[in-house]
Write a protein that binds this ligand. Sequence first.
Ligand code: GDP
Length: 831
Amino acid sequence: MQGVLENLRNMIYEQDKIRNMTVIAHVDHGKTTLTDLLIAKSGMLSDSKAGTALKTDTLKEEQERGISIKATSISLYHETYEEEKKEEEVVLVPKPHIIHLIDSPGHIEFSSEVTASLRVTDGALVVVDYIEGVCTQTEMVLRQALSEKVKPVLLINKMDKGIKSEHDVDRFYDQCTKIINEVNYIISEFIDEEEYKIDPALGNVAYGSGYFGWAFTIPDMVKRYGKGASSKALTLKETKSYHKFVVSSLIKLTNSITEENYDATKKMLAKINIEIKEKCWEEEHSSDLLKIILKKWLNAADCILNMCVEHLPSPVEAQKIRIATIFRGKRTEEQKESEGDLEEEKEGEGSSEETKGNVDDDYVIESMEKCDPNGPTMIFISKLFPLDQGLVAFGRIFSGTVKVGDKVKVFNGEDPKPQIKTIKKVGICMGKDVESVGGMPCGNTIVLGGVDQALRKEGTIMSEDTTANTFKSMKFSVSPVVEVAVRCVKPTDQPKLVAGLKKLSQTESMVKIETKESGETVVAGSGDLHVEICLKSLKEYAKCEIIASEPTVSYRETVVGECESVLAKSSNKLNRLWVSCEPIGEELCKEIEENELLKCKKDEIQKILKDKFEFDQNEYRKLWSFGVGDAEANCVSDKTVGAQHMKDIKGNVLSGFNGVILNGPLTGEKIRGVRFNITDTKVHSDPVHRGGSQVVPMTGKVFKGALLSAQPRLQEPMFLCTVKTQEALRGDVYTALGNRRGKIVSDEYSNESTIVVQAHLPVAESFGFAEYLRDETSGRAFPEFSFSHWETMASDPLEEGSMANEIVKAIRKRKNLPEEVPVVDKFIDRL
Ligand code: GDP
């Protein structure tokens, strides 16, 4: 172990020998088993434990549940062998490598962890179950990888299951080809470049069984069994015949060993050129003998690590391509070009705030693209995790070298104001341990101590004397739609709870913690399982007794109609505001929420609004603002004609607007998809009478009044629920989904007897659905959830007794709001 660590320490400086990779897969496809195997190979876990020890599943929770929740990083030392001519002889020379490997969770509710892992790695080992094929989560994480320009290699895993059940060699090849085609289809949707494609002839796909420890690639087999070296690319026919040769040998070996027909086995071994020690034949169980033989013949760890070293890029190669995708700054020339294009459309607006004063962007980009250890320090932090009672930051160093004692600028997220911190620890992540190193050069993943106080989750760290842009924030594909209210049992424990919540929000990428107007503190996550895990962590961090409510779902308030202008007066009766409202439409909501419209530069926003949403220039000029936070998908426009003092009251009106959209009149939930139009105002000429204390509450009232006048509705979050099961269970699955208000959206065969049913299922109905479905199908169907969309409920929340009305009342009760559902008259005034 000590020797291994020493080797690792030496390797961090050898940039072309470094690989940063994430193992991604659908839940249960065998990532963790495989990762253990790789760790065992590198000498950090004994061989006998691999497959069962699950070193990377370090959390107690994970071992109990048997799934990976938190992405864990571990660095491996691996030697590949290259042929070199020495004197007259060709010898195999070891070439050492360091592989920083992250085993990411496959469960959909933790996909924010996957996003964080992908950002700091350059390659992805995509693991796909041979029988189940490409599943929803495989597709989702692969898409995420590609959007970060992370290059994939593929392992078709659990092939042993096929060897047992399927003896038709051609069908094997067809099933593998089907998986490769599906993976390539997803890749082709993102990237044209051929080098990202999976091709058996090139050797960026391995076939194997993590559990039984064997795997092979076609070029490996060509090297070993090909007749004479050839520089020619393999034809499809040749590829197929090598695949067939290995699979049929595997089947024959398995059969002869299971039948204890050792003569036949020995003949087979001679044919494939494998010798094993004499005493191995004495193994008590034939399955052990099989394992020994297969490991010797087709060692999975060697095969997979070799494939990763050969086909995944080193940081030097990867950073050339990836920096433009993940860094916010642009080179001066690119900046000028894009400004030049937009200048014509702009109307005297100041230049983009984004790059102002970032004098070092050119220099920093060049250094990152070259992966220059002597350049300025640039580090992206993707998450924080607990270590020795405190928190440390985990990320990737893209440029420069960082040492203990360095003073650095720490930017929290995209916050432009940094804090100066001193680095207290620099280390390599080894599962739950961290191995300290004095300094870490670029190209490696990294653990840093001393910076956690300046970070909430993710951020950028740069040398103190560098003035450059930060990295782009990560885009998460899950939404925190399930929440619980928490409080401590003893009121005196409140400070402990607050400290625990802070730590939780730092360590969980997707959790949202909010204190509502009603005073309750809410922890929101992406599903009931995710929230449950968050609560467990919170209890550990806070070290006090905590009570949590049952999980509930967050709703949104919206409108489906338009209303005439309504009026509210300020409390001193000296100011009046008339406002109407209308829906902005689902397309624009999605443009804001999914495509992050508001992160674009002003000119780009204007162009998109004009091209896609028919906002002409006049309309755009009247647009005062979009919403904020989780209520971004709303806007407010000034549609007054000849009204006075509009500029003076704008700030306070916007404060009122932001207050309302975060706290809708019906439920106190956020507002979504509403456009408020200020149609007229009468404002007092004396600033004393039209200050914030008058204008903000007036705005709040009139906006709420307008919303309630335009056919208000609730929106509920919907999951896309995917169930893969046998055809015979179709009826049971349909009934279970139907009983929970699920709507089937697709139903397809994945093979002759297996179907994949997808349905939209209200998140509110998803609690306990997995157990319910399991009961209904005797454990043969299991649902997966991913956030799909917000769905407007048909029923009228203002109509007594309607479904929406009941939900409104239940939320009000839970939040200790007055029981009465508010009506328009409460908010508007008459002339
Ligand atoms: P993860 O959720 O992707 O990390 O999957 P795990 O590694 O936890 O494996 C899920 C289940 O599949 C466990 O029961 C493993 O024992 C089993 N498994 C993993 N790899 C293989 C394999 O190569 N062959 C077979 N037959 N089972 C496997």
